[in-house]
Structure formats: C-alpha cells, structure tokens
Design a binder for this molecule. Structure first.
Ligand SMILES: [Zn+2]
Length: 444
C-alpha cells in the first residue's frame, strides 16, 4: 500500500535497490565473495525442440510468433504490425466456476503498464525519455521493457551459456552455441527467456496447476489478475524518472518491486548501471522469484519476512554467490551492510556464538525492515535447509503460507505449516537447522 511519507535511500558505493511491493519492501545489492552453490532440484530443462517456424525463403521471418516485440517488427522478423493483431494470443478469458456479480468470466492481459494504458507508457518510454535502445516485448505471461547494450557472453563464465544461446536461436537463426557477442535485441529476448526460466522453477517447486481449486476466481498469472511487468533501465537516472512519473516514487530509487492495487499485477523495476550481465541476471532472478511468491494464489497479505527474503536470496544465489540483492521495507535507510564475505562461514559463526534471533521471534514479522541486514544470511540459510529436505515439501510449505485461514495469525499459519509439512515445531526446526549449519558449513 502506498504511504504518504517516505524516506529516500542514499546511494552508497555498493548499488542499492529499493523494492517495494504493496507490503512495502526495500532492497540493496552488493558484491560479495564466490562460494560453492548449494544444489537443489529444480525444473527439468525445457524441451530441446525449437518452437518457432521460420520462412525457408527468408529464415529470419518467424511464421508463428506468440509474442509482441517492437524490435522484431523493426527488423521484419514478424509479419504483424501492431499488438492488436495478436490480441487473441496475448489476452486470456478466464471462465469462473459460478457466476459472480452477474459475470461468468473475465478478460485478463489487457494492454496495461504501471496501472496506465500501456500505449501512453510506451510512448513516454520510447519517445519522451532519453532511452537509447528501447525494446518492449509482451507474451502470454510477461511484459518486458528493456534498454540495454549488447554484451559478450564469454566475459564471465556461467554454466547455462550454451542452453541460453540454443534457446535464443529459436528467434535468431544466426545465433548458435558459438556466438560470443549478443546485440541489444538478442539480449532483450535472453531476459524474456530468463524470466520464463525462473517462472518454470517456481511453478515446478509449487507444482502449479492453473485449473486447481485454489485458482478459482483468481487471475491467470499465478493468481494475480494482470501480467508480470518488468522494466530494466540502463541508468539509475532513467529509472528514477520513470518511477517518479508513473508511480510517484522517489527519483533516487535504484530498483523496486511493487504490487499494483488497482490492476493487481506485480511490477519489477531495476537498473543495470555498472553491472556485468551475470550480476544483472542475479538481481533479475531475485526480483522475479520474490514477485512470483507474492503473486502465487493471489496477493492477499504479506508473507513472513524471513521466508520471502530467504527465498529471493536462494534463487539469486543459485545463479552466482558473488552478487546479492537485499530487499528492505519501504522507508529504510540501511545503517549497516552485511554479505560481502562468504556467507556460510559467517552464518556458522553466528550460530556458534548464539547470535541468531530464534525463528519463533523472526516468524512474527511481515515487514521487511524487522529483519536486520545480517539476518538475511540466516533467512537464506533456513530456506536453503528447507530445500535440502525436499522440493515437494518445500512446495507444500509455500502452499500453506499462501492459504491463511480467516482469523489465523501469520505466526499460527507458520506453526501449522511446520507441523503439517515437517511434523515439527518452529523451535525444533530452528534447532535442527543450527545442527545442519554446524555440520555442513565451513568455519571461517
Ligand atoms: Zn524481438
């Protein structure tokens, strides 16, 4: 929910992000140290078969596009000229199980951005703002505005490079596993593909079923009514101008996540200033994972802070451990930084010295500011421990967190979740986690 007064974050040497959802979230990203990544079971890779058919006479022309892309139009990779021609693909009618207020269905996916007519917003982004290579892509799930230079895929090694290039070749037949430099258009589609990867992992974890009972009367985008909006600006200045113009948020913001009350969509806004692609990918992953969690089964209330913060870290640190995004509640000015050194030995030391606030206490909070910067470490580690106990159980846990009964407190909701899924109390789970940390995390 929007508040009338805000404190602005001051930009420190490390990039700082502010992420606010309706539940008010702030965040900050910093460079850290590389350490081995915990292994989790995630979604199986997508089918290696390419889904787009290209014209044999003109290989760059895609014959069956299921997305709208401003740059594909410019480069004549598609035959449509306007979004209207794709309306039947981009918009979805959801049928209700019963008539509600005289209606038995609703159309979702209308042409909206930041609670405005999308044409107005796009006109601003493409014509009024000093953007350099603006590209807008919309598909069935996402709306992505992105303005980035090309980059070298070999500058930093990352394990998914080949798979990502293969996926890109579906749009760009000239891209192959040997391609080193991607241009800004290719990079835009790369980020759309990455959004789908995080989405695949999330839906795999929660075993998402669009036709399940819990989705009745909900929006088709994991439960919210409008699509996930993502904005990636090349400079903080442009991001600030945008959030100030359309959301009335401070121009000093570095990034934010936001739930729109009117449209019921999840927005993620970030900037890529001075960031290598691997770091941008980290922050991008964190933002999306966080928003998926909030959107899942509808955005009704704030999740326990330790869990949503921990889950965002988990998804981000699975990519790389040397860049971490810290979300804080709206209005927070971080007075301490944590997370530059290796996380595991630091957390182990906190456990050894009995410096971690018990989970029974952390579990009371839903405002992100009530978790201190050093507590982001244990929050991540607790969620990581949950993942070690099995993805299916972890998914069940999320389902219960998103199914608060009338009158049930957030704390009692977690008591029920731990009891149902792990057959234990919050206190015992915390003790088991500490034992696990001392046994598996390396000393300083
Ligand atoms: Zn395109």
């Amino acid at each position: 929910m929007k508040t009338s007064s805000r404190h602005f974050l001051i930009l420190l040497a490390a990039p700082i992000f502010w992420a606010a959802s309706a539940g008010d979230v702030d965040c900050q990203g910093l460079r850290g140290s590389l350490e081995p990544i915990d292994r989790y079971e995630f979604a199986p890779p997508p089918s290696p078969e390419l889904k787009y058919k290209h014209d044999p006479q003109n290989p760059k022309l895609i014959l069956n596009p299921d997305f709208y892309c401003t740059q594909c139009i410019k480069e004549k990779r598609v035959s449509y000229k306007s979004r209207d021609e794709l309306k039947s693909i981009l918009e979805t009618r959801v049928i209700y199980p019963h008539t509600i207020q005289g209606k038995n269905s609703r159309v979702h996916g209308r042409h909206r951005l930041v609670e405005h007519d999308a044409d107005v917003v796009l006109d601003y982004l493409f014509k009024k703002m000093k953007s350099r290579r603006p590209i807008y892509i919309e598909d069935k799930t996402f709306r992505l505005y992105i303005d980035l230079d090309g980059f070298s895929t070999k500058k930093h090694r990352y394990p998914r490079r080949k798979t990502e290039l293969k996926e890109l070749s579906d749009i760009f037949p000239r891209v192959s596993e040997k391609t080193v430099k991607l241009d800004s258009h290719q990079r835009a589609h790369l980020y759309l593909n990455r959004a789908h990867r995080v989405y695949r992992d999330f839906t795999h974890i929660v075993d998402f079923k669009p036709n399940a009972k819990y989705m009745a009367y909900r929006g088709p985008y994991l439960g919210v009514k409008e699509k996930f909006e993502i904005f990636v600006f090349p400079k903080q200045r442009l991001l600030g101008e945008f959030v100030n113009t359309f959301l009335g948020h401070p121009v000093t913001l570095e990034g934010e996540c936001w739930h729109t009350l009117k449209d019921d969509s999840m927005i993620s806004i970030m900037n890529a200033e001075n960031m290598h692609d691997v770091w941008l990918n980290n922050t991008f992953t964190h933002h999306l994972a966080f928003n998926f969690c909030d959107a899942f089964r509808g955005y009704g209330y704030n999740l326990p802070s330790w869990f949503s913060l921990g889950f965002g870290h988990l998804m981000e640190r699975r990519e790389r451990t040397d860049f971490n995004t810290f979300f804080y509640g709206e209005g927070r000015e971080p007075d301490e930084l944590w997370g530059r050194s290796r996380w595991k030995p630091e957390i182990r030391k906190m456990v050894l010295k009995d410096k971690v606030r018990p989970l029974v206490e952390l579990a009371q909070y839903t405002h992100k500011n009530e978790i201190t910067p050093p507590e982001h470490g244990p929050a991540w580690s607790l969620v990581s421990y949950q993942m070690q106990l099995g993805t299916e159980k972890f998914g069940q846990f999320i389902h219960i967190l998103k199914d608060k009964k009338q009158g049930e407190s957030i704390y009692n909701l977690q008591v029920r979740a731990f009891r149902t899924v792990y057959k234990t109390s919050i206190t015992q789970f915390f003790e088991d986690w500490k034992t696990w940390v001392l046994k598996t995390y390396p000393p300083l």
